[in-house]
Design a protein around this ligand. Structure first.
Ligand code: NAD
Length: 521
């Protein structure tokens, strides 16, 4: 029996038991947590936005009452369940979305469990002659969260850990094609959180998400901030809304390889990055610009690291099948039937039988190829030969589209790295590493599944989801009105003018100005 069926059956049994014990027939019924409040959803699942927001709002108040201890407990539960269920959740996400690779789906659930939580909720303090200023990070309240199909459960897990660490609760509109696996995870978390802490509805998921429910979230007066992870459509919609939005938008990461690069390492790193989850990562390598003098070496080296090279005719045939021009925007878009599919599925379309162990197809293209501008999200990597490093960097800038997302370089020449870094100006700029090094895997620093690019917050952390508050312990004294340093400064200045004027013949009325208490503290 599949897990989804088990879950459905459990839900039905719970519903029947609830009715038998007088819990009510609608979605609203008494909490099993024993704390007496009315639970509006079905273990975190909601049919409409208003009910979900109301539940999340009440939950946020209860979370606040629980203090940091409650947040810590909830986060630990989310982390533990991710690790315990990574295999099951990875599998059901793959079954539902039908994109990506099982091993990487599982790994992503584990990675999501490791994003930073409460440990990042620092408080800054400044003390001096005039007092103590504490800068603390407060919750927004209820956050409206939109998640992508490419990593449904991991994005929700990552967002939830960070947002709850910051003291917020979530109303989530998942991608419709990844909504069922999201529901399984949210129900598990909700039940465990209720059992162990008595808290409910910290994550409220719209069970049947649509563009309309997303729009209702965008407009809901009790949603304080939007956090949107997805492609250009949703990124633009969020930024056009009247709410504060943190937008983790699309990418099309270019890779530059110059003539000083370690070609063997570059080939391995680029292919591993591009092949990860069949190239679904927004940070994943999408096109390569290699300097001509090392282009053949790189193209050969890919073959030793799991790549399978397509020739020009094969690329032309595959291009006609896999990419389509959107008449309205003029942009090249990938055909859904190849997004996130295994290399053999792509190869089957053009009648190629791949040997064992191929993780990614690749091939040489020219500057006019639609593969360069397109965020293909499938394991085919286009490689363009460039005359020199300048041309390679120019191409990288052009095809990154100014998204400000991710770019990579393989080089041992610091000047080239600096030149490219300045030119692309991306949120992640990775030198001599695969894309995931930019999120702490094979590099340093913490990871996240939401890289806020157009709105500029960068790799999101718990602090991203906080309001910054200042609390001042002042040394204010009841003096002659010269209590604060700003006032003291002004009066010092005025006193100096008066002194100067007095020396020059005394025009000003000195008695109108209080005398500063010089050195008074
Ligand atoms: P998508 O844009 O199709 O969908 C993302 C979410 O937005 C879904 O929940 C969808 O239902 C919703 N949505 C789409 N258009 C909408 C609109 N007009 N109004 C309201 N909601 C809307 O993207 P996807 O295919 O799920 O994910 C892949 C895209 O997301 C890629 O472009 C990838 O680069 C990007 N992405 C970015 C990050 C990041 O951290 N920057 C992370 C993951 C994915």
């Amino acid at each position: 029996m599949s897990t989804i069926n088990e879950t459905l059956i459990r839900d039905v049994v719970n519903e029947v038991l609830s009715r038998l014990t007088g819990g009510g027939s609608g979605p609203a019924r008494r909490s099993g947590g024993g704390n007496g409040h009315v639970r509006a959803g079905n273990d975190g699942l909601f049919q409409d936005v208003d009910t979900a927001v109301a539940a999340a709002k009440a939950a946020q108040e209860r979370l606040a009452e629980g203090g940091l201890k409650a947040r810590a407990e909830v986060i630990q539960i989310i982390r533990d369940l991710c690790h315990q269920h990574a295999e099951e959740w990875g599998r059901i996400e793959l079954e539902e979305t039908k994109i990506g690779r099982l091993d990487h789906k599982i790994e992503k659930v584990h990675s999501a469990a490791q994003v930073p939580g409460l440990e990042m909720m620092t408080t800054e303090a400044v003390s001096g002659d005039h007092g103590l200023t504490v800068t603390e990070h407060a919750p927004y309240g209820v956050l409206g969260v939109i998640t992508p199909v490419t990593h449904s459960v991991p994005t929700i897990a990552c967002n939830a850990i960070m947002m709850i660490a910051a003291g917020n609760t979530l109303v989530i509109n998942p991608h419709p094609s990844g909504a069922r696996c999201a529901a399984v995870a949210v129900q598990r978390w909700t039940r465990a959180i209720r059992e162990k802490t008595g808290l409910d509805d910290l994550l409220c998921l719209i069970e049947k998400p649509t563009l309309e429910t997303a729009d209702q979230i965008f407009k809901h007066r009790d949603i304080r901030m939007l956090v949107v992870t997805g492609g250009p459509g949703v990124a633009n919609a969020a930024m056009a809304s009247n709410k504060k939005a943190i937008v983790a938008g699309p990418g099309n990461p270019p890779v530059v390889v110059d003539d000083t690069a370690n070609i063997e390492k570059a080939a391995e790193g680029i292919l591993l990055g591009a092949a990860y989850d069949n190239n679904l990562l927004c940070i994943g390598e999408k096109e390569v610009f290699v300097v001509a003098s090392v282009a053949d070496k790189l193209l050969e080296a890919f073959g030793r690291h799991g790549g399978y090279r397509l020739n020009r005719e094969q690329i032309e045939t595959f291009t006609r099948l896999a990419l389509h021009k959107d008449e309205k925007s003029g942009h090249w878009l990938p055909d859904k039937k190849f997004i996130g599919k295994d290399p053999q599925v792509l190869a089957d379309a053009i009648g190629v039988k791949l040997p064992q162990g191929v993780i990614c197809l690749y091939g040489e293209v020219d500057v006019h190829s639609p593969w360069l501008p397109c965020e293909q999200m499938m394991p085919f990597l286009p490689v363009m030969r460039c005359r020199c490093i300048n041309e390679a960097i120019d191409m990288a800038v052009k095809f990154e589209h100014g998204f400000g997302h991710t770019a990579l370089i393989w080089s041992q020449t610091v000047d080239h790295m600096t030149q490219m870094g300045k030119a692309v100006n991306t949120t992640l700029f990775i030198k001599n590493g695969a894309c995931r090094a930019g999120l702490g895997s094979g590099g340093e620093g913490f990871g996240s599944f939401s890289i806020a690019t157009p709105t500029g917050e960068g790799v999101t952390s718990p602090l991203t989801f906080t309001r910054v508050r200042r609390c001042e312990f002042s040394d204010w004294r009841l003096t002659d009105g010269a209590g604060s340093s700003r006032w003291k400064g002004r009066i010092h200045r005025k006193a100096r003018i008066l002194e100067r004027d007095a020396l020059a013949g005394g025009r000003a009325n000195q008695s109108a100005v209080p005398r500063p208490r010089v050195g008074a503290r």
